[in-house]
Design a protein around this ligand. Structure first.
Ligand code: FES
Ligand SMILES: [Fe+2]
Length: 390
């Protein structure tokens, strides 16, 4: 795994026991080729990442008109920008002339238009074709018809979500529905005021593992006692192997000895004032399918977005979000960041350790899930359902 900092950061079909001869306690996982087969990954790109709402960027990366960010969503490059009316726009990052990639930088700012580096077709921030060599001599070229192709876009929790489907699914059902299924209601997440928090640190992890291994790992805590000594110190119940995600609405209580959610249990930062009393000194983890993990603690939010780039490679952008005053004051957030940075590295190392074995003949039929991991079987059923497989 390699990691990099970014401009905003300072560092860089489930089969059950009876039919397989497994004991009651065990459920089969997906078979190994689901994690190595380029054909399956292509189906996932098409039926999952290019069909569902996909969390692409932090809204603050598009702070003013002309600021842009490009992201890979499935097999497509998507250009995000903010137009003069301050709304966020998303387009296929493909020039309508002869298909050159319009914007080759990951982020930046243009004054008022995007110009294709090939023949200089130029598009305004709303995507309209506004200039091209000899354009006035070709009056029949529709400025909107040959404008950039728009992509559906929503802002929620201070993030920009896009959907490449021609007929996008309901955002409320797909995205907000996952949050409600985990927490019981939306109020529980609204109280963290995530849209108004600021990025204190962003770390980008380049993980040599299939995206599903990363989701599965995040969904269970059977591994916590083995690989997360710092986390189980702060959240002792995690040592029992039952993840906070296992129960609707449950948050794991901090150890009485922990002053805050930090690598050494020392005091955290200022508590988000709207967090409820019953949420204080608790940790909540959520998975928003297909590629977001959210971690809530009283003084910050850790927000992961996965970018599955290949069957065996996933880039994870992780933001640590704090109150604006905390970030502006330059207070030391390093012990706070270090706890989950270590957790991430421990998790991603484990995923990278599994990836090569996915092509082992021993794993051709997959492995097994113990009872505290059985909910991962629902994820496998969901993936297979999206792909039209049993
Ligand atoms: S491909 Fe973009 S201007 Fe020709
Ligand atoms: Fe973990």
């Amino acid at each position: 795994m390699t990691t990099t900092g970014t401009p905003t950061g300072t560092t860089t079909g489930t089969v059950t026991g009876a039919s397989t001869g497994l004991s009651e306690s065990l459920i089969a996982t997906l078979s190994g080729h689901h994690y190595t087969d380029a054909g399956i990954f292509r189906l996932e790109q098409e039926h999952i990442f290019e069909s569902m709402w996909f969390c692409a960027a932090r809204s603050s990366e598009l702070a003013k008109p002309g600021a842009f960010r490009t992201v890979d969503v499935g097999r497509e490059s998507v250009l995000l920008t903010r137009s003069r009316d301050h709304t966020v726009r998303a387009f296929f990052n493909v020039c309508r002339h002869r298909g050159a990639k319009l914007c080759t930088q990951e982020s930046g700012e243009v004054k008022r238009a995007f110009q294709c580096p090939y023949h200089a077709w130029t598009y305004d921030l709303q995507g309209k074709l506004v200039a091209a060599p000899n354009l006035t001599k070709m009056p029949d070229i529709g400025r909107t018809a040959y404008g950039l192709m728009p992509v559906a876009v929503r802002e929620w929790l201070g993030y920009v979500w896009v959907c490449l489907a021609e007929d996008p699914p309901s955002f409320e059902e797909q995205v907000i529905g996952d949050v409600v299924a985990r927490l019981g209601d939306t109020e529980a997440i609204d109280r963290y005021d995530i849209a108004d928090l600021e990025i204190g640190r962003r770390i980008v992890y380049d993980v040599r593992a299939n995206w599903k291994l990363i989701v599965e790992n995040f969904m269970e805590c059977y591994h916590c006692a083995t690989i997360h000594p710092e986390l189980t110190e702060v959240l002792p119940e995690f040592a029992d192997g039952y993840a906070a995600q296992y129960f609707v609405g449950h948050g794991a209580a901090f150890s009485p000895e922990a002053k805050g959610f930090t690598v050494d249990g020392s005091e955290g930062l200022d508590r988000i004032p709207t967090v409820a009393e019953e949420q204080d000194r608790r940790y909540y983890a959520l998975t928003v399918k297909p590629q977001v993990f959210i971690n809530l603690v009283p003084d910050h939010v850790i927000f992961h977005r996965m970018f599955p780039l290949a069957v065996d490679r996933t880039v994870v952008e992780c933001d640590w979000l704090y109150l604006k005053d905390v970030v502006d004051s330059g207070r030391d957030i390093s012990r706070s960041v270090e706890l989950f940075d270590r957790v991430n590295r421990q998790d991603f190392d484990a995923c990278e350790r599994c990836q090569p074995a996915m092509s082992s003949r021993l794993y051709a039929k997959g492995g097994v899930l113990v009872p505290s991991e059985h909910h991962i079987g629902d994820f496998h059923t969901w993936v297979n359902g999206r792909l039209g497989m049993r």
